[in-house]
Structure formats: structure tokens, C-alpha cells
Ligand binder design. Structure first.
Ligand SMILES: *Cc1c(COP(=O)(O)O)cnc(C)c1O
Length: 395
């Protein structure tokens, strides 16, 4: 392995910031009281929990009592889907989602289909933006939930969440959004956007792994996720992950304070990266919307190569990137997100995702582009299809 790692896989997970680590440490050490206990000693844990909940609620423009901590984004997504289906089973058994959701939503929907629910998977345009007309047409008197992600984890495309929220509200349908990639990176306001439920995860915004939350608007029908003690207002039992929650709160504080500056920095680097690659490497394309895009997401397809081979050769240079999502990496299934864009399968197989952070430097990006230019050329030399095309061009 190369001695220095260039980490460009921040959609898979992020580094815990120094401030977050420092905030968490006491709760692994001397401050170990159970927040539910009544003696003074445990009050420090209780207070830290309250403060983190308030921090997160302020960031979303909701009440602290509407935040329910979970073990992460996947649990929050599962809860929103299974819970709503269960709560409203007498009202109707139809759910609307999209073809580009994270597997935590898609696989939960597939499970519900096996249990007798009907699910409409709405398509996206060539930029990955959900087809709103198709979504609106899919609604029936049986529809109990619309679940559309705020930002896509593979191609970074931002969905028109506020528009969908307004529509769902007019129709009296519950609206859930998986905001795991969006929260802490772009502004999310659950009131202004008419969001009834929102999933988020600590480790996607420089917080710890294994902690997330589901925002549930006051009055939303949703049964408990875990039954047991009275934690999380009885809806998600189990002694709270105090260090995780404290770390998450600190991560949200830091993300909020730096959001604008960080987004500007990442956007500039992202655009430079995309433009340079398109300029220097032939038969390349950028996947996802150029305009409605997460600040840190870059996704390319290179014709005549396998993304997996590129990934392995970049890894030998110490460069961490991803093909498809982390969850499907290692499987040779083409990405469902890229397939939904209408790309041919061989183009999808030549795809690679880079997700930047505030710590990513221009020097690192330049190094990566140089290596990519060499590696893509080398891989293409070995491709019979490419030599045919290149040969045709020379003649
Ligand atoms: C990472 C991710 C999840 C899963 O979150 P975990 O905390 O890892 O369970 C869900 N949805 C999206 C869009 C993600 O990027």
C-alpha cells in the first residue's frame, strides 16, 4: 500500500473530527451514568443528551421531541417504511418511492411487497432527478407514504424535496425523506419543506458510526421501533448511545457553522475535478446533474474500461474511491442508480465515484487526475473494443 492515503470516499463514511472525538471521550470514561437514572451523577449524561437533541432540532427547524435517535440511517429508513405501513394498513397499502433510493429504502419496500403492499418505483430523468409528473400520477386513494431521498449517495443528485413535500401535504399523504447524504451538507428545513419524517446518520457528517435519527413530525402515526424501556418517548427503547449522541450533536454543530464555506470550497474543487477529467480523458462522462448536486460528489463513466479495475489500480496508489455504492461494491451487479439514468450496461460498468471532504486539497485532486489519465489509457490498451474504435479513428 502507498504510505499516504488520499481518501475520496466520504459518501461511504467520514473521519470523526477532532472536536467530535474530544466531545465524546468523557462519555466513554468518567461520565458513564445512565441518562434514565435519577441521581445527580447521571444528570450529566442526561444533560448531554438533551443538548445534542436540541442542537439537531435547531438544525432541522423542528422540536427536540420530534427527534428519535436510532442506530443509524438504515434503521431510521426501515422504521419510517415499516412503521408507516403498519400504522396505516387499514387506510391503504400503496407506497411511492423512486428507482434510485438507497438499499435501506429499496429492500424495505421489497419486503413490504412480499407482505402484500404495492410499491411504485418512480423513474428519474437523465440527470437522476425524479419524474414529478410520474410521481403525481402514481398517487391513488390507497397511497399512504411517499419516500424520496434528499440527495443521492452515488451521483449526488438533489431531489426537489420541497415540491414533493408540498404535493404530499396537499394530498394528505405522509412524506419521508432519506436525508443521510444531505443533512449537514446542504440546508434542510423540515417545516419549510413539509417533511413528515427524515432519516439521518452521524458518520456521514464527521460524526461517529452507529448513531442516527428519525425525525417524526408531531402527530405522525408511527408505532415503536423497539419496545422495552421508555427511552425516546417510548418509541425506541434501549439505553441511549450517549457518546454517539453527544458526538452526533457536536458534528451537527460543526457542520452547521461551516456549511456555507465548506460547500463553496467543495463545489469549486468538484467542478475543477470534473472539468479537468472531461478535458484530459476521452470517452468520459459525468453522471448526475451538474447543477442540482451535492457539493462533494463526483461520478464518472469511462467507456471501454471496468470501474473495478480502475478502482484497484487507484488503490495501489493509495487512492480510496468507490464504484457504485459501498453496499454493492464487490458484487458485479451494475449500479441500480446508474442503470436508472438510461445508460448502457457497459458504460455503467466503467463508473467510479469520488466524494470529497473539506480536507481534500487541489494537490490531491491533481495527483488523482494524473494517475487516472495513465491508468485509463493503460486499461484501454488492453481493451479489444477500444483498439477497434481507436483504429477506426486513425484510419
Ligand atoms: C449511508 C446511507 C444510509 C445508511 O446509513 P447507515 O448509518 O450507514 O445505516 C442510508 N441512506 C443513504 C442515502 C446513505 O448514504
Amino acid at each position: 500500500m502507498a504510505d499516504k492515503v488520499i481518501y475520496l470516499d466520504n459518501a461511504a463514511t467520514t473521519r470523526v473530527s477532532d472536536g467530535v472525538l474530544a466531545a465524546m471521550l468523557p462519555y466513554f470514561g468518567d461520565t458513564y451514568g445512565n441518562p434514565s437514572s435519577i441521581y445527580e451523577f447521571s444528570m450529566q449524561s442526561k444533560k448531554a443528551l438533551v443538548a445534542a437533541r436540541e442542537e439537531i432540532a435547531a438544525a432541522l427547524n423542528c422540536e427536540p421531541s420530534e427527534i428519535y435517535f436510532t442506530s443509524g440511517g438504515s434503521e431510521a429508513d426501515n422504521w419510517a417504511l415499516y412503521g408507516t405501513a403498519e400504522a396505516l394498513r387499514e387506510k391503504g397499502r400503496h407506497i411511492i418511492t423512486t428507482k434510485v433510493e438507497h438499499h435501506a429504502v429499496l429492500h424495505a419496500c421489497e419486503w413490504l411487497e412480499m407482505k402484500g403492499w404495492r410499491v411504485s418505483y418512480i423513474g428519474v430523468d437523465e440527470n437522476g432527478i425524479v419524474k414529478l409528473d410520474e410521481l403525481k400520477r402514481a398517487v391513488s386513494s390507497e397511497t399512504v407514504l411517499i419516500s424520496v431521498m434528499a440527495a443521492n449517495n452515488e451521483i449526488g443528485t438533489l431531489q426537489p424535496v420541497a415540491q414533493i413535500g408540498k404535493f404530499a401535504k396537499e394530498r394528505g399523504i405522509c412524506f419521508h425523506t432519506d436525508a443521510v447524504q444531505a443533512f449537514g451538507h446542504i440546508p434542510m428545513d423540515v417545516r419549510a419543506m413539509n417533511i413528515d419524517m427524515l432519516s439521518a446518520s452521524g458518520h456521514k457528517l464527521n460524526g461517529p458510526k452507529g448513531i442516527g435519527f428519525l425525525y417524526v413530525r408531531q402527530g405522525t402515526a408511527l408505532p415503536s421501533m423497539i419496545r422495552g424501556g421508555g427511552q425516546e418517548r417510548g418509541r425506541r427503547a434501549g439505553t441511549e448511545n450517549v457518546p454517539g449522541i453527544v458526538g452526533f450533536g457536536q458534528a451537527v454543530r460543526e457542520a452547521g457553522a461551516a456549511m456555507k464555506e465548506r460547500a463553496e470550497y467543495e463545489c469549486a474543487l468538484r467542478d475543477y475535478f470534473m472539468d479537468e477529467v472531461l478535458r484530459r480523458i476521452p470517452y468520459a462522462r459525468v453522471n448526475g446533474s451538474r447543477k442540482d448536486r451535492l457539493p462533494n460528489n463526483v461520478n464518472f463513466s469511462f467507456q471501454f474500461i471496468e470501474g473495478e479495475s480502475l478502482l484497484i489500480m487507484l488503490d495501489m496508489q493509495g487512492i480510496c474511491a468507490s464504484s457504485g455504492s459501498a453496499c454493492t461494491a464487490g458484487s458485479l451487479e451494475p449500479s441500480h442508480v446508474l442503470m436508472s439514468l438510461g445508460l448502457p450496461e457497459e458504460v455503467v460498468h466503467g463508473s467510479i465515484r469520488f466524494t470529497l471532504s473539506r480536507d481534500t486539497t487541489k494537490e490531491e485532486i491533481d495527483f488523482v487526475i494524473d494517475r487516472m489519465e495513465e491508468i485509463v489509457a493503460k486499461l484501454r490498451e488492453m481493451s479489444p473494443f477500444y483498439s477497434e474504435v481507436a483504429g477506426r479513428i486513425r484510419r
